[in-house]
Design a protein around this ligand. Structure first.
Ligand code: ADP
Ligand code: ZN
Length: 630
C-alpha cells in the first residue's frame, strides 16, 4: 500500500519536473511500489510511459537510479531529454572517451546524479561493479527486459549477467520493463533475472491512437503516395520494405516526389545508418524507408505513420513495427498494402528456409496468423489483440474494417473454378504454373504462353469471365491465406491442399471479402484521426487534460501560431543540437497554439511544461504569442 509521503512526492515530481498533472494507467502504482523498495516487472505497450515508472522513483529515493539499456545510440538523447527537464542524468558507454567517463563516474560517486544509464556489457566488468559499490544506487531499471529471453528475437547474452544485480545488491529494488508481450518471454524474464517474487503489472496491449489499415496491393507506390499526400503531409514516418533494393528504390521515389526520405538497411555502412537514424530523430517530418533492420531504439515520440509495402512475417513483427507510431498518444496510422504476390513470396521463403520441419511449421503458423489478420472481415484491433490473448469487447471504430466494413460474398463457385483449373494443369504433368497463368486461362486470354501450351483447349478455358483479373487475384490470395490452396516450388506453382477437395466436392462453402477499390475505401473511411477521438479517448483526454487538437485539426486561426512555434522550436533544437521533441512535443505546441496562455502561470498548465522548461523557454513562447496580436 501507500508509503506515507511517497505518493505526494511522486505526484509533485510528475508535475514539477515533467509538467504532467496525472499518472497514466498503472504508473502510479508502479512508482509507489518501487519507491517503497519493491521489485516490479512491467509489461506495457510502447508509448505507455514506462520511463517515468523508474525515473520518478529514482528522483524520490536516495541515490542514483541505474538504468540498464541496450540502446547505446539512444542514451545520449535520453540523457539530453532528462537534462532539459532539469534532471541530473548521465551515461557510461563505449562511445565516450576516458575523460568523459571519469567525469560521469565522479558525479555518480559524489551523489550528483539522479539517473545513470549503462550498457549491459559494463556490468560484466569488475571495475563497473566496484564503481556501483562505492556510490549509492536508488534502484536498478532494466529497460527492454525481453532481451534476456532466448525465445524472442532481440536476445542479448549480456543481459544474462544481470542476475548479478540481485546477488550483489539484494536490498536495491529492481524494475524490469518491456513492450514485448508473450508469455514465454515473461517467464524467461522472471527466471533469468530472479524476479518471480516481483509485483507484475501487465497493461493492455491496445494502442488506441493507432488506426490500423490493411488494403489490397495494386500500385503500391501510388497507394503510398496517396496516403502520404492525403493524410501525412510533413509528418515523420517509417516505410517498411522486405528487401534492401526496394527500400533504396522507394526512398528514391519518395525523394523524387518531394519528400525528405532516406533508406535504412543492413547493406548500408554503419556510418550512413547512424546518420540516417540520427536525422530521423532530429529533423521534423523525415521519412525513413527501411527493412526490419530499422527498429529497436527508435523512441521518437512523434512518428505519425508506419507503412508496410510488404507483408510482415508474423503478427508479433507487425505489432512491434506498427507500434513505433504514435508513442506520444496522438493519432497515428499503421498502413499495410498486401497482395497475392506477398503470400506466394512468403510461402516460398518458408519452403526454402534452412532448419528442420518443425522450424518451417512454426514459420508457417506465424504467417497464417498474419494472413488471417489481413483477410479478416472483422475488427482488426480485436483480431490483433486476440492474438496476444486479450479480448477486445467491441469493434474499435478506428480500423479500416470498422470504418468501412468490407462486403462478404459467397465465393464457393469462383473457388471451385480456380481450383479446377489448378487440377487441370496438374493433370497435364507439364511445366508448372503460377497464379498468372491460371487467371489467364480463367479469363480466356489467348496469350502466347496460353497458346504455346494449348491451354486454350482446356475445358476450364474462359469459364471465369464474371470476375475481373484483380478479383481473381483476390480469390487466389484468399484461398492461399485460408489454406485452401498452396504454393510449391520456386516458381510459385499453385497446388491443391487436402482441404481443397472439400471445396471441389461442394462440401465446403467459401466466403470471401470483397476487395474495396482503394480510393473508395479511403473516402468511406474518412479521417481516421477524427474517429479515434470519437471512438476512444486519446491519451490526453484520458488524463483529464483539455483535449489537444490532433494533427491537422487546429482551429483555423491557430495554424500560423503553431507553425511559428514549430519554427522557433526547430531553431532552438538546432542551436542546442538536440531533437526537436526534447524541447517540446508537438502536442504541447498545439495546446499552446489552440488556447494561447497569457501568463507564465497559464503556460505552466500545459501538458509537458515543467519548471525547468518554463524557466528556460516560457518568456520566449509568450513573446512569440504576443507577436501574433500585432
Ligand atoms: P514507453 O517507454 O512506454 O514507450 P515513454 O516512457 O517514452 O513510453 O513515454 C511515451 C510518451 O508519453 C512520452 O512522450 C512521455 O513524456 C509521455 N508520458 C508518459 N507519462 C505521461 C503522463 N503521466 N502524462 C502525460 N504524458 C506522459
Ligand atoms: Zn476495428
Amino acid at each position: 500500500m501507500d508509503v506515507p509521503g511517497t505518493s505526494d512526492a511522486a505526484a509533485q515530481i510528475l508535475h514539477r519536473v515533467f509538467g504532467y498533472d496525472s499518472f497514466r494507467g498503472q504508473q502510479r502504482e508502479i512508482v509507489e511500489h518501487v519507491c517503497a523498495g519493491g521489485d516490479v516487472v512491467a509489461l506495457m505497450p510502447t508509448g505507455s510511459g514506462k520511463s517515468l515508472c523508474y525515473q520518478i522513483p529514482a528522483l524520490v529515493r536516495n541515490g542514483t537510479g541505474v538504468v540498464i539499456s541496450p540502446l547505446i545510440a539512444l542514451m545520449h538523447d535520453q540523457v539530453t531529454a532528462l537534462r532539459a527537464c532539469g534532471v541530473r542524468a548521465g551515461f557510461l558507454n563505449s562511445t565516450q572517451d576516458p575523460d568523459e567517463r571519469r567525469t560521469v563516474e565522479y558525479d555518480f560517486l559524489d551523489g550528483r546524479l539522479d539517473l545513470l544509464y549503462l550498457a549491459p556489457e559494463r556490468l560484466r566488468t569488475e571495475p563497473a561493479l566496484r564503481l556501483l559499490d562505492r556510490g549509492t544506487v536508488a534502484l536498478f531499471a532494466i529497460d527492454e527486459a525481453h532481451c534476456v529471453a532466448h525465445w524472442g528475437h532481440d536476445f542479448r547474452p549480456d543481459y544474462l549477467a544481470l542476475s548479478v544485480l540481485h546477488e550483489r545488491w539484494p536490498t536495491v529494488p529492481r524494475i524490469a520493463v518491456t513492450a514485448t508481450a508473450t508469455r514465454q518471454t515473461l517467464a524467461e524474464i522472471d527466471s533469468r533475472l530472479g524476479l518471480r517474487e516481483a509485483r507484475h503489472f501487465v497493461a493492455s496491449f491496445d494502442r488506441p491512437n493507432i488506426s490500423y489499415r490493411i488494403e489490397p496491393k495494386k500500385e503500391p507506390r501510388r497507394q503510398l503516395l496517396s496516403l502520404l499526400r492525403g493524410e501525412h503531409r510533413g509528418h515523420a514516418g517509417i516505410v517498411y520494405c522486405l528487401t534492401r533494393a526496394s527500400a533504396e528504390k522507394t526512398a528514391a521515389f519518395l525523394a523524387a516526389q518531394g519528400f525528405v526520405a532516406l533508406p535504412y538497411h543492413a547493406g548500408l555502412d554503419a556510418g550512413t545508418r547512424a546518420l540516417h537514424q540520427a536525422r530521423f530523430g532530429r529533423e521534423d517530418g523525415l521519412i525513413v524507408v527501411a527493412t526490419i533492420a530499422f527498429g529497436m531504439g527508435i523512441d521518437k515520440p512523434d512518428v505519425r505513420f508506419v507503412a508496410h509495402l510488404d507483408l510482415p512475417r508474423s503478427v508479433e513483427g507487425y505489432y512491434q513495427e506498427t507500434g513505433r507510431a504514435g508513442r506520444d498518444g496522438e493519432p497515428a496510422t499503421a498502413w499495410l498494402a498486401y497482395g497475392l504476390a506477398d503470400v506466394v513470396a512468403q510461402r516460398r521463403l518458408i519452403d526454402e528456409s534452412d532448419g528442420d520441419l518443425a522450424h518451417r511449421r512454426r514459420l508457417a503458423v506465424h504467417l497464417d496468423a498474419m494472413l488471417a489478420l489481413c483477410e479478416t472481415a472483422g475488427c482488426r484491433r480485436a483480431q490483433l489483440l486476440a492474438y496476444f490473448g486479450e479480448v477486445y469487447p467491441h469493434p474499435c471504430g478506428n480500423c479500416d474494417t470498422c470504418l468501412a466494413p468490407p462486403a462478404v460474398w459467397d465465393g464457393t463457385v469462383a473457388a471451385q473454378k480456380l481450383l479446377s483449373t489448378v487440377v487441370r494443369l496438374e493433370r497435364l504433368r507439364g511445366p508448372s504454373f503460377g497464379a498468372g497463368q491460371v487467371i489467364d486461362i480463367l479469363l480466356g486470354r489467348k496469350t502466347p504462353r496460353v497458346l504455346s501450351y494449348r491451354h486454350d483447349a482446356l475445358p476450364v478455358f474462359g469459364i471465369g469471365g464474371e470476375l475481373r483479373e484483380a478479383e481473381w487475384r483476390g480469390v487466389a490470395r484468399q484461398l492461399l491465406a485460408a489454406g485452401l490452396l498452396a504454393v510449391s516450388g520456386d516458381h510459385g506453382t499453385l497446388v491443391l491442399t487436402e482441404a481443397s477437395a472439400q471445396v471441389l466436392r461442394g462440401q465446403r462453402q467459401v466466403m470471401l471479402r470483397r476487395d474495396v477499390p482503394v480510393a473508395a475505401a479511403a473516402a468511406r473511411a474518412g479521417r481516421p484521426a477524427a474517429a479515434a477521438r470519437d471512438g476512444r479517448p486519446t491519451a490526453a483526454a484520458r488524463d483529464g487534460k483539455p483535449a489537444t487538437p490532433p494533427p491537422g485539426e487546429l482551429p483555423p486561426d491557430a495554424g500560423p501560431v503553431f507553425e511559428r512555434l514549430r519554427t522557433w522550436r526547430a531553431a532552438a533544437a538546432k542551436e542546442q543540437g538536440v531533437p526537436a521533441y526534447v524541447i517540446f512535443h508537438d502536442a504541447a505546441l498545439r495546446q499552446i497554439a489552440a488556447s494561447p496562455p497569457a501568463t507564465l502561470t497559464d503556460l505552466a498548465q500545459v501538458n509537458g511544461v515543467g519548471e525547468t522548461k518554463l524557466a528556460r523557454y516560457g518568456q520566449q513562447i509568450l513573446d512569440i504569442l504576443a507577436q501574433d496580436g500585432t
